[in-house]
Design a binder for this molecule. Structure first.
Ligand SMILES: [Ca+2]
Length: 294
């Protein structure tokens, strides 16, 4: 009788364990789709095909060429090619060659994405204010934007950010006492989590060289009905400057919640495919101090 009781207890025990194992398997099956759908790259370009064919046609500016060597002799962030844009201050601001650009009209995302890119400012860039290196807009909307401006007239030449979110200008970010204009490659990352409709639960964050620069929480991070895109590398330079002011770009990546296969998180900029060297801030020519100020 005792043996029978033990057997029943073992079966009952086994049943419990079997049930627990079954629940664990069900749990994995339930969790797995989320893991499969984890964020991943939805756009990338290191310009290694020698073209800008992955980018959208610019509506009003000339395209930036792909080069092996920068105007001041610098090499790409990785690989053999990079894009090189230019501000030409001798032309009227509306001239298509007043600045060249890379434009990306859209990328696939549902509510969350991270843009990562590498940029360097060449030694011929005037040490004057007004050089906007990047703009981000929603399509069809004028109520949201991010622009980033290199304050080349300052020491160090810091990176300024300004966000317009749902028609509200946010508190400007006035740099972190490090330079964007020292001729080195610098990593910029931009994270946007759109608010749920009707709620102020959006998030935007920016990083420079892996350091969190700006964080705006509990905000309406997109105007109703809008979708972020287009991305412009570069944008206008609002003040007088000369004809040659070059800026190089490489290893542009966009991760989103509709991509998959990456590791890490978009929200803290740790996400990666492991394909692009991270982080790497290379020494550039010792040129900024020798650039004449006009
Ligand atoms: Ca490259």
């Amino acid at each position: 009788m005792k043996n029978r009781t033990n057997l029943v207890a073992k079966l009952a025990s086994g049943g419990i364990f079997t049930a627990m194992r079954l629940l664990a398997v069900i749990g994995i099956l339930v969790v797995s789709p989320t893991r499969v759908l984890a964020a991943g790259v939805v756009f990338s370009d290191g310009f290694e095909d020698g073209t800008i064919s992955r980018w959208s046609p610019s509506t009003d500016r000339i395209p930036c060429p792909v080069v092996r060597t920068a105007v001041d002799g610098a090499t790409p962030h990785s690989g053999s090619y990079m894009a090189e844009c230019n501000w030409n201050g001798t032309l009227p601001s509306g001239d298509p060659a007043a600045f060249s650009e890379l434009a990306l009209s859209s990328w696939s995302y549902k509510s969350e994405f991270l843009i990562r890119l590498w940029v360097r400012i060449a030694s011929d860039v005037d040490h004057l204010t007004g050089a906007k290196i990047l703009r981000l807009f929603p399509n069809g909307g004028k109520h949201d934007q991010l622009y980033m401006q290199a304050y080349m007239n300052e020491t160090p030449q810091y990176l300024f950010h300004d966000w317009l979110l749902n028609d509200v200008w946010q508190k400007s970010f006035w740099g972190d006492h490090t330079s964007i204009g020292d001729g080195s490659w610098h990593k910029i990352e931009i994270y946007i989590k759109q608010n749920d409709p009707g709620l102020s639960n959006g998030i935007v964050r920016t990083w420079k060289d892996s350091k969190l620069e700006q964080e705006i929480l509990n905000v309406v991070s997109i105007s109703p009905g809008m979708q972020w895109g287009m991305l412009h590398l570069m944008s206008n330079w609002s003040n007088p400057h000369d004809a040659n002011n070059h800026c190089e770009w490489d290893d542009v990546e966009i991760y989103s919640d509709l991509g998959s296969g990456a590791t890490g998180s978009m929200s803290d900029a740790s996400i990666t495919t492991g394909l692009v060297p991270q982080p790497k801030v290379t020494a550039g020519p010792k040129s900024p101090n020798s650039v004449s100020v006009k």
